[in-house]
Design a protein around this ligand. Structure first.
Ligand code: 6R9
Length: 571
């Protein structure tokens, strides 16, 4: 497609506009919008919820507009404030203290959000887990974080290996009809008794708020640790990039088990005091259009994988809905195909604004502001207060149009502050004062960044980050599998699909039912999105002499590309 530039509606000259924001920019100015700037008392739960609940003009505004196939509910800022005071009281009653890790493993529901803020209000650290995780994924995360409490539902409890988690002292069950045993805390009974007043635990801006586990190319998922100070950037990017105005109805489609679902599904909208639509249930183009239509959504933050499905669903479908309230659309998670931008211009008469960031960065870094000209295929330009560059492997800046490591100058407000219990891993992200992202990209002469791919073996399937090691480890737990190597294989709809190469143990014969059994084994042991869509049997898996799986070589074979340097290949 030709790289036609898509001009901003306002007709403002984009570069000048962004440059003028950048000039003399100081994060200190942004901080003045927070109440802690005056009071010195910090807690992100206060800024996001209680501050609005104390404001007579805001308290009765709907904060959370919940819509699921079987349940609809509106919760005002005042109600959410009181409900999270109640959950905070429950946590406190059961001994949760500042700094403890409390994990949430439950579907999106009003109770999820009340508990999330309750955790913050007692000064504890929240760890949201994606509801599709199976036992292994749940165990790894609870074990590594040494979580003291888990808040879950009876349906999901079966995936929690309770007896193997010595640090896990309490389990709260939400929606239990009959409690399985008295070792569990009955949320529904407790909430009836709990006071809706609570003295919030004031924290330091550098105190822990959140842990998100994310995949790298080696080892188990790592706990990315974020602090309350991240709210500064959640708020600012919400205002500049998402363009929040007081009366917006906003819908972020991401689950809070992923970073987009917390930074932009919780903090950005509520720090900016807007009505936040939360949708439960599964994705279908019909149900998502219905959510936009029924709730009169004005701003929509979603992902290319969903947008591509809308494109495939066709133009006739979209005409059945009234989407006239929609005024601003944004995307994250994967490269945004220029075709999708063209489609949105045609069917919604709206541009899609791509944003680039990562679990580790905590908030958006490279974006398309509403006032900017969009160059389809580019992720946009860095926000004010952030310096991005393309660097070589030693951390030296490269000139425009040269491909290299996409890097950010260390020290933006929402940057992760640690990898949980893994200082070596944390340090490894930084070279010569730059945070090196693992993405390859180039920058054009006007400072727009163009994504090229991952530099490591991390897989991005339907916008979800999957570490090959995690899948390989699960595969070799299956009795038939001797060795496994896992790669991402390009796919037009999902970005990448997971492909596994395996060798079989003696006595096992390759056939379709065995392969399906192995696939199911990963699906039910780890999670559906981590299960390989394709499995191929090999006589051996290529490894380096030091025993590392050469995934790059597997990928070259798969794609029929030149195999490059194989000098380290084992005989
Ligand atoms: C927020 C989030 C991060 C990885 C990142 C990159 C890919 C994210 C993108 C994008 C192309 C974009 N990614 N945004 N690729 N264009 N606009 O997605 O966090 O789950 O940690 O994934 O996703 O490869 O490094 P996370």
């Amino acid at each position: 497609m030709d790289m036609t530039k898509v001009q901003a509606r306002s007709g403002k000259h984009n570069l000048a506009d962004l440059e003028s924001m950048r000039e003399g920019f100081d994060w200190e100015e942004v901080k003045k919008d927070f109440s802690w700037y005056k009071t010195g008392k910090v807690n992100a739960a206060y800024e996001a919820i209680d501050r609005h609940a104390e404001n007579p003009d805001k308290k009765d505004q709907v904060a959370l507009l919940y819509s699921a196939p079987d349940r609809e509910e509106s919760v005002t800022f005042q109600q959410l404030s009181k409900q999270s005071n109640q959950t905070a009281n429950i946590l406190k009653k059961y001994g949760i203290q500042k700094g403890d890790r409390v994990f949430l493993f439950m579907p999106r529901s009003p109770e999820f959000y009340a508990n999330f803020f309750g955790i913050l209000k007692v000064g504890a650290i929240a760890g949201p887990l994606f509801e599709a995780f199976m036992e292994q994924a749940v165990r790894d995360r609870l074990e590594d974080s040494e979580a003291a409490m888990l808040i879950t539902t009876p349906d999901l409890l079966g995936r929690v290996p309770v007896d193997e988690l010595p640090h896990l002292k309490q389990i709260v069950l939400v929606g239990a009809e009959n409690l399985p045993e008295d070792d569990y805390i009955d949320y529904d009974a407790e909430i009836k008794e709990a006071s809706d007043e609570f003295d919030i635990e004031w924290v330091d801006r550098e105190d822990g708020m959140l842990i998100h586990y994310t995949s790298g190319s080696t080892g188990k998922p790592k706990g990315v640790y974020h602090v309350h100070n991240a709210m500064v950037q959640h708020y600012a990017t919400g205002k500049w990039v998402i363009d929040f105005k007081e009366d917006d109805v906003y819908w972020c489609t991401a689950d809070p088990g992923w970073v987009t679902g917390t930074s932009y599904g919780i903090f950005a909208p509520w720090l900016n005091g807007v009505t936040n639509v939360i949708r439960g249930g599964r994705f279908t183009p019909e149900s998502w259009y219905e959510t936009l239509d029924k709730n009169n959504v004005t701003i929509w933050y979603t992902a290319p994988t969903a947008l591509r499905k809308f494109v495939s669903a066709g133009d006739e479908l979209v005409k059945q809905y009234d989407l006239s309230s929609l005024r601003h659309v944004l995307s994250v998670g994967e490269p945004l195909n220029p075709e999708v931008i063209t489609w949105a211009l045609r069917v919604f008469d709206l541009r899609i604004h791509d944003t680039w960031w990562m679990t580790e960065t905590g908030a958006m870094l490279i974006v398309n502001l509403p006032s900017m000209e969009i160059r389809p295929g580019s992720m946009g330009r860095p926000i004010p207060g952030v310096e991005a560059a393309i660097v070589d492997n030693e951390g030296n800046e490269l000139p425009p149009n040269q491909m290299g490591n996409l890097a950010i100058k260390k020290g933006w407000p929402s940057m992760m502050r640690a990898i949980w219990k893994n200082p070596g891993k944390y340090e490894s992200y930084f070279i010569n004062g730059w945070y090196v992202s693992g993405d390859s990209a180039y920058m054009d002469e006007d400072g727009y960044f163009w994504f090229q791919g991952r530099l490591d073996d991390v897989i991005n399937t339907s916008g979800e980050r999957v570490g090959p090691f995690e899948v390989e480890s699960k595969l070799i737990e299956h009795k038939a599998v001797a060795e496994a190597g896992v790669i991402g294989k390009p796919d037009p709809e999902r970005g990448e699909i997971i492909k596994a190469f395996i060798t079989l143990n003696p006595g096992y014969e390759a056939n379709d039912s065995l392969l399906e059994e192995i696939r199911q084994f990963v699906k039910t042991g780890l999670s559906a999105h981590a299960a390989p869509r394709e499995i191929e049997i090999k006589d051996s898996i290529p490894k380096t002499r030091s025993g590392k799986i050469m995934r790059r070589l597997l990928k070259s074979w798969e794609l029929g590309l030149p195999t490059g340097d194989t000098s380290t290949l084992e005989e």
